[in-house]
Design a protein around this ligand. Structure first.
Ligand code: ADP
Length: 763
C-alpha cells in the first residue's frame, strides 16, 4: 500500500483534530488530481444512444477501427462497443457476468476491467471484424470499471485496520467513495480485508453495499483471497453471512476457492469450505481437482481431509426423483403436471446412451435436459461441473447450488406418485427438448434460460392509465389544433437520440394542477428553423389527432428557446437499436407480438385517413418488450378527400429500400404502399435488425424488384407463415396486398398467436 494521503494515517489525522469529512475530501481531491493527469485516451461515453454513438464517431472522422464504449440506456450496468469497419459502424454488446462482474464480448475471454478488455481488442481482432485503433474521445473511465483503479480512503482504512466505529463512520458518510473500486494493486477494500482476515470490517463493508462478486485484477473473488490468506474464519463468514459462493470460479484458470486452499496447503480452510457445503471434487479448466493439487504438492494433511470427506446425507433419496421407466416426453408430461415450477426435477435413464442418466428440470416454464455422465463407474458429473461419488450426492449438491443449471433443484417429482396421475393428452414433441449438455459451468457465461415461445397474458401491456396515455389537461389552444405548452412547465433532461432537425431530449412536463408526466422532447435546432419548421409543424399536426396505444402520442408543442414537440416518453427507445444491441434478449414471441401491434397501429392510421410514408424499424419505439409504438410522422400525410393516395410533389429524403414500386416510380403513396413498408419492417424484425438488401444502392434495389422480380429472402429462423405474409405485402400490384386490418386479424386468428392481444384495437 502506498503512503497515506497527506503523509499521515487516518487515525493520526483524526487524533490531531481534523474532521472526517475533510480527510475524505482530501482523498477525493488527491484522486481527482491524479485522474486529471491521465494521458490515456478517453473512449468511454457514459449513457449514449446508438444514433448518438454514430454521430460522435462520424464527427471524429470515422476512420477504420475507430471506436467508443457506451453505457446502455436500458440495461443497467451493460455496455456496448461501437466500432467503424469498412466505413460502417458495428456494435457489440459487452456482457457483464452476474456471477463475477467480469466483462466479455460473445465467447471471448472475460476481463475484470473495461480498460483491460479494450487493451485486448487493441492488440488484435480476436474475433471482432477489426482491431481497435483510434478512440472517439469521450470521458475518463470511472475507477470502478478499471482493472486498476485508485487507492481510496476505504482502502487506507483497511490498511490501517481502523477500529470498527470509525470505519463505519467513513462508510456512512455521504461522501464515501464507491466500495467496489479496485486500488492500484487491483483489489477492492473487501479483497484486502479478506486476505487479512479483518472480519468485523468485512461485515461492515458488506452491510454498506460492497459487492461480494467483484473480482480482483486477476479474477479472484473475496473467498479465493480469504483462502489464499489462510483465513478459515473469514471463509465461514463470507459464505454464511455474505452469500459468497464456494463454487465461484476464478476467471481464466477456473479454480474455485477449494483449489486455492489445496494448492497453498491450508487444511483448515478446506475443512471450513467443505462444512459450508462446497463440492469436494470440483474441476478447474485443466480438469484438476483440489485433491490432485494437494497430492502433487504433497500437502499430506490436506490430502487426508479431502480423501476422508463424507458429504452430508442427501436430503432427497433416489425414490424421490429417480424414474427408471420414463422417456423424455413422459418426463415433460410429468413436469407439466407438476406446473413447470422453477427447479422442479426428476432423473431418468437415457434412451440414447443406455447406462447414463438425464436430469430433466423446469425453469421459467421451459424444460431443460442435462446428461449426467459417469466416469469409470465411479464419478458422476454434469458437463465440467464437480465430480460426485454417487447420483444422490450429485442431486443433493444441485439442490443447494445451481452451479451452471438455470436454478437450484427444489421440487423432486416422486416416482411413486406417477401412476396416480390422471390421463394426459400426448404432448407435442418440442424442438428445444433435445438432450443437450448444459452450457459450461459459468466462469463468466451462465446459461441463459430460454424464453418461452408463447406469450402469456401477464406479458400483455396494461391498459393505459390516464397519466400515460391520452391525457391532455385542457383542450387544444392554438388555431392549428395544436396544444401549446408553456416552457415554464417543462424541465429538460438528458439526450435520448438525434432527430433529423435536432436532438430528442428526455423531460418532465408538469401542467398546473396535474401530475408530472415524463416526456420526450423533440427539438428543432436553430440552424433548421427556416428549412424544417413547416415539416416539424406538419408532423405535430398529424400526431395531434392520433390516439392509439401503438402510436406515440403527442401532448403538444412548446416554444421555448427552441421549438419542441412534447411527446409521450417511450422508455426503451428505438426497437432497431434494441434488437441490434441485445439480439439474445428478444425472440420469435416478441417479434410476432410487435408485428401484430404495428399492424394494429397502422390499421388505425388507415382508418383515420393518413399514410405514414416512413414505416421502418428505425421508427418503431419500444415502451417495453411487450409494447411497440409507431413514431416519426415527419413524412406522414393526410390523403385527400375522394382519393386514397397521396402524390408527393417534392423530392427530399426517400427511404427507397422501404418503398413500394408505385411510390418509387410515380411518387404515389397509399395505405397499400405502407403495407409494402410494413413487410420490409417485419423482415427487419425477423432478421434481427439486418439492413434490407445489404449494401445495394437504391437503383440496384429497384432493378432487383422490377426486372428480376425478386424479393428479400426469408430471414434465418423466420417461420414460413410469417415469410408468406411478407411476400403478400410485396405483391407488385398494390391492390393485391393485404390490408392492415387483414394483417392484424391474421396475427390474431392464427392459433400460433392466440395469446397476442392488442389493447385498444377495435374488432
Ligand atoms: P427524426 O424523425 O427527426 O429522425 P426520431 O423521431 O427518429 O427523429 O428520433 C430520434 C431518436 O430519438 C429515436 O431513434 C429514439 O432513440 C429517440 N426518441 C424519439 N422519440 C422518442 C420518444 N417519444 N421516446 C423515447 N425516445 C424517443
Amino acid at each position: 500500500m502506498p503512503k497515506p494521503v497527506g503523509g499521515r494515517t487516518i487515525a493520526q489525522r483524526l487524533k490531531s483534530g481534523e474532521s472526517l469529512l475533510d480527510i475524505i475530501k482530501s482523498y477525493e481531491t488527491h484522486n481527482a488530481k491524479l485522474a486529471s493527469k491521465k494521458t490515456e485516451d478517453m473512449w468511454f461515453h457514459e449513457k449514449l444512444t446508438r444514433g448518438n454513438a454514430l454521430h460522435n464517431l462520424k464527427k471524429s472522422g470515422a476512420q477504420q477501427g475507430m471506436f467508443l464504449v457506451r453505457e446502455s440506456l436500458n440495461i443497467k450496468g451493460s455496455f456496448v462497443l461501437s466500432i467503424i469497419h469498412n466505413s460502417e459502424p458495428q456494435h457489440f454488446q459487452i456482457n457483464t457476468s452476474p456471477h463475477s462482474g467480469c466483462f466479455s464480448i460473445d465467447n471471448g475471454p472475460p476481463f475484470v476491467g473495461l480498460d483491460q478488455l479494450i487493451a485486448f481488442y487493441r492488440g488484435g481482432c480476436n474475433g471482432l471484424p477489426t482491431s481497435l485503433t483510434l478512440s472517439c474521445v469521450g470521458y475518463v473511465l470511472r475507477p470502478s470499471l478499471r482493472q486498476y483503479g485508485e487507492n481510496t480512503i476505504v482502502h487506507q482504512a483497511i490498511d490501517e485496520a481502523l477500529d470498527t466505529a470509525t470505519f463505519r463512520k467513513i462508510l456512512q458518510n455521504p461522501k464515501c467513495p464507491n466500495l467496489n473500486i479496485r486500488n492500484l494493486s487491483g483489489r477492492t477494500p473487501l479483497h484486502e480485508a479478506c486476505a487479512r482476515g479483518l472480519n468485523d470490517l468485512i461485515l461492515e463493508l458488506f452491510k454498506y453495499g460492497a459487492s461480494i462478486q467483484t473480482r480482483d485484477s486477476e479474477g479472484s473473488s473475496a473467498l479465493h483471497l480469504a483462502c489464499r490468506g489462510n483465513q478459515p474464519e473469514t471463509c465461514k463468514i463470507l459464505v454464511k453471512h455474505c452469500h459468497a459462493k464456494p463454487q465461484d470460479r476464478r476467471c481464466g484458470s477456473g479454480w474455485v476457492p477449494l483449489h486455492e486452499a489445496s494448492y497453498c496447503g491450508y487444511q483448515h480452510c478446506i475443512e471450513t469450505l467443505l462444512q459450508q457445503g462446497a463440492a469436494c471434487h470440483p474441476r478447474c479448466v485443466n480438469g484438476e481437482t483440489p485433491l490432485d493439487m494437494a497430492r502433487k504438492r504433497r500437502h499430506n494433511k490436506c490430502i487426508q481431509v479431502l480423501e476422508r470427506y463424507q458429504p452430508p446425507k442427501p436430503h432427497f433419496s433416489a425414490p424421490n426423483w429417480l424414474h427408471s421407466a420414463v422417456d423424455r416426453y413422459k418426463a415433460v408430461e410429468l413436469l407439466e403436471h407438476a406446473g413447470l415450477g422453477d427447479g422442479c426435477f426428476l432423473v431418468r435413464i437415457s434412451k440414447r446412451n443406455p447406462g447414463q442418466y438425464v436430469l430433466t428440470m423446469s425453469f421459467d416454464k421451459n424444460v431443460f435436459n442435462y446428461e449426467i455422465k459417469n466416469r469409470e463407474n465411479k464419478w458422476f458429473y454434469i458437463d465440467d461441473g464437480p465430480l460426485f461419488t454417487s447420483l444422490d450426492y450429485l442431486v443433493d449438491y444441485y439442490c443447494r447450488f445451481s452451479d451452471g443449471l438455470p436454478c437450484e433443484l427444489s421440487g423432486p417429482i416422486p416416482s411413486v406418485a406417477r401412476n396416480q396421475l390422471p390421463a394426459i393428452p400426448k404432448p407435442k414433441p418440442k424442438p428445444k427438448m433435445d438432450e443437450r449438455p448444459p452450457a459450461p459451468v459459468p466462469i463468466s457465461h451462465p446459461p441463459l434460460p430460454q424464453k418461452p415461445t408463447h406469450v402469456s397474458n401477464s406479458h400483455l401491456p396494461k391498459p393505459p392509465t390516464s397519466t400515460q396515455h391520452g391525457y391532455l389537461p385542457g383542450a387544444p389552444n392554438s388555431a392549428s389544433g395544436l396544444r401549446e405548452i408553456d416552457p415554464k412547465h417543462v424541465v429538460l433532461g438528458r439526450e435520448l437520440g438525434q432527430g433529423e432537425f435536432g436532438s430528442v431530449l428526455m423531460g418532465v412536463w408538469t401542467s398546473p394542477g396535474s401530475k408530472s408526466v415524463p416526456v420526450a422532447l423533440k427539438t428543432l435546432h436553430g440552424e433548421h428553423i427556416n428549412t424544417g419548421e413547416t415539416e416539424f409543424q406538419r408532423e405535430a399536426e398529424v400526431m395531434m389527432g392520433l390516439n392509439h396505444l401503438c402510436i406515440v402520442k403527442l401532448y403538444g408543442i412548446c416554444r421555448g428557446e427552441t421549438l419542441m414537440m412534447v411527446q409521450e416518453l417511450v422508455a426503451m427507445g428505438s426497437a432497431l437499436d434494441y434488437i441490434l444491441d441485445y439480439p439474445s434478449e428478444v425472440g420469435l414471441a416478441d417479434f410476432k407480438l410487435w408485428g401484430a401491434q404495428i399492424a394494429s397501429g397502422m390499421n388505425y392510421l388507415e382508418e383515420k385517413g393518413f399514410v405514414h410514408r416512413d414505416l421502418a424499424l428505425r421508427n418503431i419505439l419500444l415502451a417495453s418488450k411487450q409494447l411497440v409504438k409507431i413514431s416519426d410522422f415527419g413524412l406522414s400525410r393526410a390523403v385527400g378527400a375522394g382519393s386514397n393516395y397521396y402524390k408527393a410533389s417534392a423530392g427530399g429524403r426517400w427511404p427507397v429500400k422501404w418503398y413500394a414500386p408505385e411510390s418509387i416510380n410515380y411518387g404515389t403513396f397509399s395505405s397499400n404502399s405502407d403495407v409494402w413498408s410494413y413487410g420490409v419492417t417485419l423482415w427487419e424484425i425477423f432478421s434481427k435488425g439486418d439492413q434490407p438488401y445489404g449494401n445495394m444502392t437504391g437503383a440496384q434495389v429497384i432493378q432487383y424488384i422490377e426486372d428480376s422480380k425478386r424479393r428479400l429472402q426469408q430471414p434465418e429462423g423466420c417461420p414460413d407463415k410469417v415469410y408468406k405474409i411478407m411476400l403478400q405485402c410485396w405483391a407488385y400490384k398494390d391492390s393485391e396486398r393485404p390490408t392492415f386490418r387483414r394483417l392484424h386479424h391474421k396475427f390474431r386468428s392464427d392459433p400460433e398467436y392466440f395469446n397476442i392481444k392488442v389493447p385498444g384495437h377495435k374488432e
